[in-house]
Design a protein around this ligand. Structure first.
Ligand SMILES: [Ca+2]
Ligand SMILES: [Ca+2]
Length: 140
């Protein structure tokens, strides 16, 4: 992942702009996505080798790679209007970045519709998680 992208993701969580993120900030940033965020905090921090009450610096966050917290931060970055869900325009940034010139809007719309399992016209963080799981793994 590019450095600028990691920094943008970190900035979404670092609301107090102190260069580190703690439990209160993580809960505040993610509570509209997942009401159970507080219960998941120990799990998030464990992926960085930390305890729930510890803080994360940008360097620690960047080293974490593909963590659950990183995924949540990415979702917040994509959710431009901050309504806690992704419309097609917000979602399409992902395939556009991944496929570049080979981006196929009809195909992307198909994947979006297919992944919107509750058919509300938006992708929730859970629906996006399923989509990423389904499309990131190589076919067997
Ligand atoms: Ca949105
Ligand atoms: Ca949905």
């Amino acid at each position: 992942m590019e450095r600028a992208q990691v920094e943008a993701m970190f900035a979404q969580l670092d609301t107090a702009k102190k260069g580190k993120i703690g439990a209160a900030e993580i809960i505040a940033a993610l509570s509209h996505l997942d009401p159970n965020v507080k219960a998941k905090l120990p799990e998030f921090m464990a992926e960085y080798g930390k305890k729930a009450e510890d803080t994360l610096t940008l360097e620690e966050f960047a080293k974490g790679g593909r963590t659950k917290l990183g995924f949540c931060a990415k979702f917040i970055c994509l959710d431009k209007d901050k309504d806690g869900k992704l419309n097609f325009d917000e979602f399409s940034v992902l395939p556009k970045t991944r496929f570049g010139a080979a981006y196929d809007e009809a195909k992307a719309r198909g994947i979006f519709t297919e992944s919107d399992t509750d058919k509300d016209g938006f992708l929730s963080i859970r629906e996006l998680g399923e989509l990423v799981k389904a499309h990131a793994e190589p076919a067997h």
